[in-house]
Design a protein. Structure first.
Length: 218
């Protein structure tokens, strides 16, 4: 599903990732971990095409992201869901509008948007909350909305960048349980995190980075 071959990303003379090779299989749940500055976020940004590698090869579902014309990136991202640490919700749009935005921009009929949004809000435990606005929700609830937005397109891959970083212990566990449930439905899930307690509670493959290099995988 995701294959990296000797991938390198530098900013000027500063390496963010150095000679990274990695294979994440279809339907796998995988953590990317390491201290701040290890390259976790850079790796995710490369996978969804926000930045280009300096060297190496990156395949997502057989597509060479590094060589993909920018006009084709939106099509690639329709098959991905992305969850950020800081939620990135639009405060003046309702929960339902935030979740449905990804469907709206590709011209999905309104009736289908409503059905899909209602379904995914049920999955993340927010059934009946679609008319509320993000600022009225707790941090954990806002992250659930962000997860719902990420999966409303039924993507084959979900990328989560420190999805529990701004949450307390109980809320972090709830969000991880949702990601786990999504994975059990067959979605490939890649989570960047430094939370050792969560990785111990939800044991999956752990790929560790330090100073932009992959130092362990198991």
């Amino acid at each position: 599903m995701i294959r990296l071959y000797h991938l390198t990303k530098t900013y000027g003379d500063l390496p963010a990732l150095s000679d990274v090779s990695l294979h994440v299989a279809k339907g796998e749940f995988c953590y990317v971990t390491g201290p701040s500055g290890a390259g976790k976020t850079t790796l995710l940004r490369l996978i969804y095409g926000a930045i280009r590698p300096t060297a190496g090869k990156l395949l997502v579902g057989g597509v060479d992201v590094a060589r993909l014309p920018r006009r084709r990136l939106p099509a690639l991202r329709r098959n991905m869901g992305i969850v950020f640490q800081d939620f990135k919700l639009i405060p003046r749009r309702t929960v339902a509008e935030n979740v449905g935005l990804a469907l709206e921009v590709i011209g999905t009929p309104r009736e289908l948007i409503q059905r899909r949004v209602a379904a995914v809000l049920g999955i993340v435990g927010l059934r009946g909350r679609g008319g509320e606005y993000p600022p009225t929700l707790s941090g954990g609830e806002q992250q659930r909305v962000a997860v719902a937005r990420a999966i409303v397109n039924d993507p084959s891959i979900v990328l989560a960048d420190e999805p529990t970083g701004n949450l307390d212990g109980a809320m972090a566990i709830e969000v991880m349980e949702i990601l786990q449930a999504i994975n059990l439905r067959g979605t490939t899930v890649l989570v960047a995190t430094h939370d050792a307690a969560l990785m111990k509670r939800f044991p999956y493959r752990v790929v560790r980075f330090e100073h932009g290099r992959k130092v362990s995988d198991g």
